[in-house]
Write a protein of this length. Structure first.
Length: 192
């Protein structure tokens, strides 16, 4: 089918918080830590700046570009800001407030696919798809689970964004719980 997600596709990821008002996964500002590129938050627009909300999905297990992405696959997500906004990565610990709700790690982009073993690898799980053939499709809702230290947590929105950049909405971290409340770990795939 034409709407199957394939490796090499460019996508926007919309967060499900508050009836899909959680914003789009986005890179914001240069990161201050060596090896990292940008902070990550959500934005009201998938195109806040060219490429900041666009992610290219690649296989972390050697599947070729053009192959379908299956629920349960291990993936990398490369941001396309300025052609290479870095790879989605767990970096440092969640804030004290985030930890109070199960938060594990802060999220940023890194210069390399796997800055530390597992930090840039995400297992992608679809809630469901039609037909139920294990493929993930554009428009499906997914969970993204990080593999750092074999348990990096689920990608989620948490608290108002702290970067004070025009257009940013919510901070992004990982959480031990797959949905601690109001669909904060749900991400809808849209074609970029």
């Amino acid at each position: 089918m034409a709407n199957e997600l394939k490796y090499g596709d460019r996508i926007h990821l919309q967060n499900g918080y508050n009836s899909w008002q959680g914003g789009y996964l986005d890179t914001i500002n240069n990161h201050t830590v060596a090896g990292l590129k940008h902070y990550v938050a959500t934005s009201d627009s998938p195109t806040r700046n060219p490429g900041t909300g666009t992610w290219e999905i690649t296989s972390a297990s050697g599947k070729a570009a053009g192959q379908p992405v299956l629920s349960g696959d291990l993936v990398h997500l490369q941001n396309l800001y300025a052609g290479d906004g870095g790879y989605l990565d767990t970096a440092d610990h969640a804030t004290t407030a985030q930890k109070g709700g199960g938060g594990k790690y802060a999220v940023a982009t890194a210069q390399s696919k796997d800055r530390t073993p597992g930090s840039g690898r995400w297992r992608i799980f679809a809630q469901t798809s039609t037909p139920g053939d294990q493929n993930i499709r554009h428009g499906d809702v997914v969970l993204l689970w990080n593999t750092y230290d074999d348990n990096g947590g689920f990608l989620e929105t948490s608290q108002n964004a702290a970067n004070n950049t025009a257009g940013d909405k919510y901070d992004v971290c990982t959480n031990a719980y797959f949905n601690r409340g109001s669909n904060v770990t749900h991400w809808k795939i849209h074609t970029a």
